[in-house]
Design a protein around this ligand. Structure first.
Ligand SMILES: [Fe+2]
Length: 347
């Protein structure tokens, strides 16, 4: 099995111990000292006109949970999560049919449920699916390294909190809620667990949302919001181009590591651009996020070093407004479900 985006290829091979994903980069250079960057064990092969450079960027063992299911539509377009209700969804029958063929569960789905242990959600594309804008090696390190670590540490903190014999029932009450509710009420987390939950619960959910609103766009074609969301954006920010400018400015001027978000205020659904530092969650600010950019250098340093502007530019190309609208509708769904639960519990 092979897929190609730009100069990288991903091969899934079956060995004695299961499936392995090999991400390989290729390129031609006229310099014997040139580098394609971000590779391990780069090999040079002489070809006419220069050197054909082949390198192994990453090798990852796959298990059943992240086996490379065909999540990219045949035409290379992004896939949407049609399993959810989409109140605002419009589009041709053809597009809806394509999406139904590529139904996926997005990483943020499940954060609204109380779980003994949260599982790292599958990426809705392969590791090299965001090439050439975000390289395969960065996705591997970001997802398998950073995101995995936040998930494990969050689960450990939740487990310790729930099993703690030295705190009261009242102090454990919030621990029996979903990670979504816990982050919304971060000030009520007992002090001895608050920092661990804030950093690692935030890291878990923030990345879930970050991955979920991106989708392959190898040709870099322009994407714009659907009319209903575009109307809401224009009501608040003026022209769409002005919104892009405000958001980009916010991302460029964020000091240190953190995120910039577009969210809806929980009370009146008005759109707002805001930022959070470190792994703080925008959920703790009473907001329902619909898109986010990760501005930690780990999101781009393998490709762009410290050039944040290039990362932001690449991120705009990958932002999938269909998925943003899907997340926007998801907040309505879970809010309705929560409301229905409360209504039924009154009887
Ligand atoms: Fe990150």
């Amino acid at each position: 099995m092979q897929s190609e985006y730009g100069g990288a290829s991903s091969y899934v091979i079956e060995g004695d111990e299961g499936l392995w994903d090999l991400c390989v980069v290729r390129g031609t250079s006229t310099s014997s000292t040139g580098s394609t960057g971000g590779t391990h064990g780069l090999h040079n092969t002489k070809v006419e006109g220069g050197l054909h450079k082949v390198g192994l960027r990453s090798i990852v063992k796959l298990d059943k949970s992240n086996s490379p299911s065909p999540v990219v539509a045949e035409d290379g377009s992004s896939q949407a999560d049609v399993g959810k209700k989409r109140k605002h969804q419009t589009g041709s029958h053809e597009n809806l049919f394509k999406r139904s063929l590529a139904e996926v569960t997005l990483p943020y789905e499940g954060i609204e449920e109380r779980r003994d242990e949260y599982r790292l959600g599958d990426l809705p594309y392969k590791s090299d699916g965001l090439e050439p804008h975000i390289d395969c090696a960065t996705v591997e390190v970001h997802y398998n390294g950073h995101h995995t670590a936040y998930t494990k540490k969050m689960n450990a903190a939740l487990s310790q909190w729930r099993d703690d014999q030295e705190i009261s029932k009242q102090e454990k009450r919030l621990a029996e809620e979903s990670i979504l509710e816990i982050l919304r009420n971060i000030k009520d987390v007992p002090e001895k667990y608050r920092k661990a939950i804030q950093n690692n619960g935030g890291g878990f959910v923030n990345h879930n949302i970050y991955w979920s609103v991106l989708a392959p766009n190898p040709t870099g074609e322009e994407r714009r919001p659907r009319d209903d969301l575009l109307d809401d954006i224009e009501d608040v920010f003026g022209r769409y181009e002005d919104f892009v400018g405000y958001f980009t400015e916010k991302a460029m001027t964020l000091f240190g590591s953190g995120y910039v978000w577009l969210s809806r205020q929980a009370d009146d659904s008005r759109l707002v651009i805001s930022s959070t530092s470190n792994q703080d969650s925008v959920l703790s600010d009473g907001l329902n996020p619909i898109l986010v950019i990760d501005l930690w250098e780990h999101a781009y340093y393998l490709k762009h070093q410290n050039r944040r502007a290039q990362h932001i530019s690449d991120w705009w190309r990958l932002l999938d407004w269909e998925r943003v609208s899907g997340l926007d509708a998801w907040w309505d769904d879970i809010t309705e479900a929560t409301h229905d639960e409360h209504v039924h519990s009154d009887f």
